[in-house]
Design a protein around this ligand. Sequence first.
Ligand code: NAP
Length: 283
Amino acid sequence: MAAVIMDGKATAAAVRAEVAQDVQALREKGIVPGLAVIIVGDDPASRIYVNNKRKACAQTGIYSEEFSLPADTSQDELLALVASLNGRSDINGILCQLPLPAPLQAKPVIAAISPMKDVDAFHSSNVGQIMLGDYSFLPCTPAGVMELLHRYHIPVEGRRCVVVGRSNIVGKPMAMLLLHENGTVTICHSRTKDLAAICREADILVAAVGKPKFITADMVKPGAVVIDVGMDRDEDGNLCGDVDTQAVAAVASAITPVPGGVGPMTRAILMRNTLTAAKMQFK
Ligand code: NAP
């Protein structure tokens, strides 16, 4: 049986519609949720991500303001911008598009964003709260994956979950969210031995590696759910994921496509986080 293709585009539209409804209710009370997006330099991929985020704001009624800074912006200038946005009551969420061009450091920027406005949930205080299972924001990509699992009625409890990748923005929080829902979770990385054998144990396999078509059909248990977080380029320069989708779809029970899977979900959750931030700030 062919795998169910989990439609991130349609699911994200449903999430955005819910957010839009809540935003409208806030607007009727005179509150307009606002998101500031900072982009430094002219990385084409970052530019596409930022444009998509602006579009998502427009679709949900969220006010958005973009700060497009030249690549030679200094660390101090960037931190001064974050400080000024922290102080603005019309800006409820602040996002700095990563990666930053060298020699700028992301860490101090993330640390400078007020945790109340940290809609990416990268600040150490939000990361700590996620570890404790007591959070206001969840990081957009892992939360988007969980939302897809929920809306496709895929249970996590008691199932073997394997996350390939241990980055702070995807792999680690992804594993934590699966754990919160009582999955039995294994995290794999570049030093993992017998990766294929571990992947084959997964009922739910999440690939967040950053390598095109890295997960092949022989690494997937028949009937597994396969979530492809990757945003990579194949040998012809076309967008693809970390999973060899066509071959794996013949083995899996459900799979997310790239594009149209996790990516749109990430942006929808960013909108929801901005709404949450506005509600928190206006109580
Ligand atoms: P990252 O920071 O580069 O992390 C990649 C992870 O993969 C690392 O933990 C690395 O292990 C592991 N890895 C690399 N080679 C491996 C191998 N041969 N075997 C097993 N593990 C291996 O990447 P990221 O930021 O997490 O992003 C991962 C992918 O998701 C990228 O394609 C990115 O573009 C995409 N992404 C998509 C979205 C979205 O909205 N769809 C959002 C964010 C990221 P080590 O730790 O040992 O080095």
